[in-house]
Design a protein around this ligand. Structure first.
Ligand code: AMP
Length: 411
């Protein structure tokens, strides 16, 4: 987002709180606490931005948009009430039921006893979700009812995620292809972004535990005009109208995580912001001004022609620290970033990096989002892996099959 906003002819300066080693080369990084509204207010008082764009979900769920708006500060994103679509899985499920938005069957449980009782209503495998922000790690797909009950109990106790979930949502397991469909809303109207597909599991062939996302790609072939129109009419517009009717007007990016099933597209989850790593793939294709779009959302001017997209495909390969999403070692020196940066139509987005004395070091689970663009998806994928091949650090891990399913389907 920093990279794209910096390209706007109307943007003279971008500040980022807290930023990372890579972002500090494109924007002015501001020290402070990004996890509290007070920390964000202090940063805004320091740099006096004309507009604040919220990246992650935590400050949205804490009401940063409400507080900034109360103080007359321009800010992009949904309010605390509207963010419940992401911050509470049970709110999202009940909201979808109230507004006839297609989603998997579910049960909301508050105790292990309730979980064990409700499991009788589901066939296997069954999906167990913690109610709360869990950075993509609060979902377990259980092969047996015992596994589901234990996972649910560990979510409630805090054992699984490090915080106790107030509720657990049990969900029917849906089969199909996943699709990430993002729209921009001004509270009333929506404009679609190009569709993308994430790869949530840690292992190749979509195996192993769920992560925040190990890679993504975007191509027009993912969703034709008829599908986009259907998704707007049956999902995006009903969500925005439904939130308005519940006095929780939705402004900002609405990310719909979907499963395209034999019963039609169904919502797996909502995010109230650009998702990671889909954003890297999607913004790589954006040819128009992101600032214009953000202002249209704030000012109630979202319209059909708001975004201009490249017809190219894009692919983002996430490079992670070995061990992620479990424990991993940080502080590994990263080599080869310069070589990767010199490749055409490649952008290496930094996630968990720090910069010391001109050298980059890993500082998180997901370290880099290596992203490439090309007219054909296979070339975008090849180019992204060519860039990954330039980069190395100890225990570096990445999936080698990002985009592979789409390529296989076409051959
Ligand atoms: P969520 O955070 O709810 O999107 O879940 C994370 C991931 O778990 C999704 O991207 C899917 O891969 C998987 N998942 C979640 N819900 C279901 C479901 N009902 N059926 C099948 N897979 C699911």
């Amino acid at each position: 987002m920093v990279w794209k906003l910096s390209q706007s002819p109307r943007v003279s300066q971008v500040y980022c709180l807290p930023g990372n080693g890579g972002i500090c080369q494109e924007a002015t990084c501001v020290a402070g606490d990004p996890k509290t509204v007070d920390g964000l207010l202090a940063a805004a008082q320091q740099v006096q931005p004309d507009i604040t764009v919220v990246g992650p979900e935590l400050p949205l769920s804490l009401g940063v948009v409400d507080e900034f708006s109360r103080r007359g500060l321009r800010i992009f994103g949904p309010t605390q009430a509207a963010t419940q679509l992401e911050s509470s899985k049970s709110f999202a499920k009940e909201f979808m039921q109230r507004h006839n938005i297609p989603t998997a069957h579910y049960a909301v449980c508050e105790s292990e006893e309730e979980i064990r009782k409700s499991l009788g209503l589901f066939s296997l495998p069954v999906v167990v979700k913690a109610d709360g922000l869990a950075a993509g790690k609060g979902v377990v797909i259980a092969a047996t009812k015992e596994e589901a009950a234990l996972a649910g109990a560990r979510m409630l106790s805090g054992d699984l995620l490090g915080f106790p979930a107030a509720r657990v949502v049990l969900e029917e397991f849906l089969r199909g292809d996943e699709l990430s469909f993002l729209v921009l809303s001004d509270g009333e109207r929506v404009a679609p972004l190009v569709a993308s597909q994430d790869h949530k599991r840690i292992g190749e062939g979509d195996t192993g535990v769920n992560t925040g996302g190990m890679g993504a790609y975007s191509t027009d072939a993912l969703a034709d005009d008829a599908l986009v129109e259907w998704l707007l009419n049956h999902i995006a517009r009903p969500v925005v109208q439904g939130m308005k009717s519940e006095d929780a007007e939705y402004r900002g990016i609405l990310y719909c995580g979907l499963m395209i099933t034999t019963r039609g597209p169904m919502v797996l989850e909502f995010n109230c912001r650009f998702g990671d790593p889909e954003t890297q793939a999607v913004l790589m294709r954006l040819e128009s001004d992101l600032l214009e779009a953000i202002e249209a959302s704030i000012e109630g001017r979202v319209s059909d022609g708001l975004f201009k997209w490249s017809g190219d495909a894009s692919c983002c390969v996430v490079v992670a620290s070995g061990g992620y999403p479990g424990s991993f070692v940080s502080g590994r020196e990263i080599a080869g970033l310069d070589r990767a940066a010199h490749l055409d139509n490649v952008k290496v987005f930094h996630a968990g990096t720090s910069l010391r004395d001109g050298r980059f070091y890993s500082s998180g689970g997901r370290v880099l989002g290596v992203t490439a663009r090309a007219p054909k998806l296979e070339d975008a994928v090849d180019k992204a892996y060519q860039a990954v091949d330039c980069i190395s650090f100890e225990d570096m891990y990445y999936r080698r099959d990002i985009g592979a399913r789409a390529l296989k389907q076409r051959t």
